[in-house]
Ligand binder design. Structure first.
Ligand code: 6CS
Length: 351
């Protein structure tokens, strides 16, 4: 009941906020090429976490490049509603820029659910980032799918390999039998855990700490930096180095807004997107490395770290592979082509 009341308040406050933000609109003043711009950039994370730090650096670079003409206000997660509310704000123009996890767009851009497929990418994170940077399947064909919803992905980038945490060790698919696993809001993520026999439940990360603490859910998946920074390890006894997937985030802009900008301003944005690729990679790599140590050395809230063996990961991979057929069956011909092209690209990059 309390949850329902909280959700209601969240929906009402987000609705009111979105009206306010849309009313403020994107702001350009001045003339003769000397316009100044005031934009909003929302992230799904908080200060100190990868997405927020990315957006803050992006805003600073764009401000400098434009000689102070472009001002971006960066919003951390929480103030503008849930992750799904934030996507809606981006689509309506309430914010111009957003970092979006495809896991929160699964019921809209069904093709974007391919990122939910376990064991799709390689075990080499640098290679994975290169694939995300260069893939035609993603940067041309999947991007077109998002653009139909007024969302223009400018870059796909990783926040690190995903790991499981749980109130018990999760080393075989049998360990997932009836396990209440928290997921983002995407049918294919649910399906991926159902393939292991789990009982997945969608939830905003804003409610995850309390839900783990109270046993509403028993486990979750995320990159290490996020597990530590959001303190999930405090309420979980085990962390499995499962690397069953990579966490992908998208730098996005409202399509109509971007199309209406002068080309020199568009170019500054695109230039900044390119510069940020290696910056984002280094950021997540450093934070994931450092915060693994923080979890391992935390005596107050000890968490046992279990590295899955090659054989253990293989048992999960076998269960995960048929989910690709489910994806193809669900999302239709275009989704099938995008996935097949991506698989070819991954294979070509690996060989
Ligand atoms: O688990 C989640 O939903 C959150 N995880 C990360 C790494 N970023 C934001 C996202 O909402």
């Amino acid at each position: 009941m309390i949850l329902k009341r909280k959700q209601y308040l969240l929906i009402v406050s987000t609705f009111l906020l979105s009206i306010l933000l849309v009313a403020c609109g994107s702001d350009a003043t001045g003339g003769d090429g000397e316009e100044t711009y005031n934009w909003k950039f929302v992230t799904e994370e908080q200060q100190g976490q990868v997405q927020y730090e990315y957006a803050a650096e992006f805003a600073e670079r764009l401000h400098e490049k434009s000689d102070g003409r472009i001002n971006m206000e960066v919003y951390e997660f929480g103030g503008l509603g849930s992750e799904v509310n934030q996507v809606e704000l981006l689509q309506s123009g309430g914010v111009e820029f957003a970092i979006v996890s495809p896991g929160f767009t699964g019921t809209m851009v069904s093709e974007g659910q391919l990122f939910a497929l376990h064991f799709l990418f390689t075990d080499d994170m640098r290679l994975n980032q290169q694939i995300l940077d260069e893939s035609e399947a993603l940067n041309v064909h999947l991007t077109e799918k998002y653009e139909q919803f007024n969302i223009k992905p400018l870059a796909y980038w990783t926040e690190g390999a995903m790991q499981w945490t749980g109130d018990r060790p999760l080393t075989t698919p049998e360990d997932f039998q009836g396990f209440k696993m928290r997921t983002q809001t995407s049918p294919l993520i649910l399906r991926s855990y159902e393939a292991y026999g789990a009982d997945p439940q969608e939830l905003s990360w804003g409610e995850l700490y309390t839900s783990l603490q109270q046993g509403v859910v028993q486990g979750q998946e995320n990159p290490i930096f996020f597990i530590e920074d959001a303190k999930f390890h405090e309420v979980q006894d085990y962390m499995m180095i499962s690397e069953h997937n990579i966490y992908v985030a998208m730098t996005t802009v409202n399509t109509d807004f971007f199309a209406a900008l002068p080309t020199d301003i568009q170019d500054l944005i695109l230039e900044t997107v390119e510069e940020m690729r290696p910056v984002a990679y280094e950021m997540q790599e450093r934070m994931n490395d450092e915060l693994l140590g923080a979890i391992e050395n935390n005596d107050r809230h000890p968490t046992e770290v279990i590295e899955l063996t090659v054989e253990q990961r293989e048992a999960f991979r076998e269960k995960a592979l048929p989910v690709r057929d489910f994806f193809i069956g669900e999302v239709g011909e275009d989704g099938k082509k995008i996935l097949e092209m991506l698989i070819e690209e991954i294979e070509a990059a690996t060989n």
